[in-house]
Ligand binder design. Structure first.
Ligand SMILES: Cc1cc2nc3c(=O)[nH]c(=O)nc-3n(C[C@H](O)[C@H](O)[C@H](O)COP(=O)(O)O)c2cc1C
Ligand code: SF4
Length: 487
């Protein structure tokens, strides 16, 4: 994980939690209309992949228990993790790409609604992503995977040589020599693992994305509605397909790349298709980036333009994240896939406790305000969800008071303590287990291991019937909170 050079250490602390009556009269605990839904409070658990599904992408008992645990804290809304819209094997990623997923997803929606006593609205984040391969062993890459071309032969003066001889010769080259013989793309494939981009329009499936994606998203949205979710969040953020269409690095020349107007075309088509395929009581919004934080990437001005266009098209909410791109990801180890949260853009997405002068708390607040101000200057009232390093009541309440956002996302803080929302509401903030922003959870996500929090995953490991990680060393669910007796 990339860390700012200054390496200043921050320890989250909070001494001024509100009393229950202060919480009750706060903006954070007041309700808010979000399109067709009403949030009981302006708190939001953003999407977080916990790797609890199976190879079939189904809602397992572990998935149910994971979200039930969040629901017991009764936040205003929970967004279920990034869920794949295609009916293709995707490892243990949750999927919604076929009607057979509906019964499992229905169990999930029922479990959350009932565990929160109807207080929490449930959305699901729907995602499309392109193929990415693991970084190959260079020897295997050169002897097996790399297609030998006229270019390689020309560079090594081996025009008529047998293919095996060309491969043998490639193996003998040092890195500098190889870098000149291979194309930039081949070099990158060897160093990082092959990764498809939305600009690879020579690949028919990628050229056709503007035709195929609206239907895939629309069907997924419809399934979420049938399963009893309150809405969907279209995943237009981070390193995935839709964010790549929005990106300033998208140079497609088929009308879907280049100018902002062209880059937003497919995201708007997808939104309209989902809207047309779902009912008026179903919320549809998206998550996108206030800034990509990469060289030549989209910046805040792009985000202001996108926000206005999404809102004018009729979305019910806009959720803002930042960074999280492949473009500046660290080179993965051999046998591993690149992870889009290892570079500077990844740091901005999930800032850790080792930071710079600005610190890890609330780095998305100012961009969120700029975007919200733009919307309000057009008299657009759409709620803006902001996340990133928010762990205490005062921070959250100030963001709302200062009109910097309308809803506060607590991702890692709710992972550290899913009861945050109830504890603070009841005036018991001093019982909150504060997230340390260690990013231990993110490290597990990177390895596709069941995500847990280091603040609770070794607690009472010998309790009977405890769900544990595959290696048996960690509990999978945060311990229950024993509410103090009011007397
Ligand atoms: C384990 C883990 C998994 C995540 N998975 C997703 C995801 O599926 N979709 C998404 O938009 N963001 C994902 N995120 C990013 C969070 O939603 C959030 O934007 C980020 O952690 C910053 O907010 P925080 O400081 O409140 O944690 C994930 C974060 C973590 C820690
Ligand atoms: S492991 Fe726990 S304390 Fe560390 S960042 Fe994740 S949620 Fe916070």
């Amino acid at each position: 994980m990339w860390k700012p050079e200054e390496r200043i250490k921050y320890i989250p602390t909070c001494e001024n939690w509100p009393t229950s009556s202060e919480a009750e009269s706060s903006l954070l605990y007041s309700n808010l209309r979000v399109g067709p839904m009403t949030l009981e409070q302006r708190t939001w658990v953003p999407a977080m992949v916990p790797w609890r599904s199976n190879e079939q992408g189904e809602v397992t008992e572990d998935v149910l228990e994971w979200y039930e645990r969040f629901a017991k804290g009764k936040p205003g809304a929970i967004v279920v993790e990034a869920t794949g819209i295609r009916d293709i094997p995707s490892g243990p990623l949750l999927r919604i790409g076929h009607d057979r997923y509906i019964p499992g997803l229905k169990r999930l929606a029922d479990r959350v609604h009932s565990a929160s006593e109807g207080k929490t609205r449930l959305l699901i984040q729907i995602i499309d992503f392109l193929n990415i391969r693991r970084r190959p062993d260079p020897e295997k890459y050169l002897t097996r995977f790399l297609p030998i071309t006229a270019n390689h032969r020309k560079h090594m003066a081996m025009d008529v040589a047998d293919e095996n001889a060309v491969r043998e010769k490639l193996l003998e080259l040092n890195s500098d020599e190889l870098a000149t013989v291979l194309t930039a793309k081949e070099w990158e494939d060897m160093q990082f693992g092959q990764r498809e981009r939305v600009t690879d329009t020579h690949i028919p499936d990628i050229a056709n994305l503007p035709k195929t994606l609206p239907r895939l998203f629309a069907d997924a949205g419809h399934r979420a509605e049938q399963a009893g979710f309150d809405g969907v969040e279209l995943h237009y953020a981070h390193a995935y397909t839709m964010a790549s269409f929005l990106s300033a690095t998208n140079t497609r020349n088929d009308g879907y790349g280049g100018s902002r107007e062209n880059r937003i075309k497919l995201p708007l088509d997808v939104y309209r298709a989902v809207r047309e395929n779902t009912g008026k009581d179903f919320a549809v919004g998206c998550r996108f980036l206030s800034d990509e934080i990469i060289e030549d990437g989209s910046k805040i001005e792009d985000a202001r333009y996108f926000a206005t266009a999404f809102a004018k098209a009729g979305m019910d909410f806009l959720s803002l994240s930042r960074g999280g791109k492949f473009d500046d990801a660290k080179q993965p180890k051999i046998g591993w896939a690149a992870y889009p949260y290892t570079g500077r853009s990844g740091y901005e997405c999930m800032p850790g406790y080792i930071s710079d002068k600005q610190g890890p708390f609330g780095r998305n607040i100012n961009p969120s305000k700029l975007i919200r101000d733009t919307l309000r200057s057009h008299n657009i009232k759409i709620p803006v969800v902001m996340a990133g390093g928010i762990f205490n009541f005062t921070q959250a309440e100030d963001v709302l008071k200062n009109k910097q956002a309308d809803i506060i996302g607590f991702a890692r803080q709710s992972l550290a303590d899913p009861d945050w929302f109830e504890k603070v509401r009841l005036g018991l903030g001093n019982e909150v287990r504060l997230c340390m922003y260690s990013n231990y959870c993110e490290g597990l996500d990177q390895k596709h291991k069941q995500v847990t929090c280091e603040l609770w995953d070794r607690e009472n490991l010998d309790s009977p019937n405890l769900a544990k990680s595959i290696d048996g060393r960690r509990r999978l669910i945060a311990p229950e909170w024993e509410k103090p007796n009011p007397n």
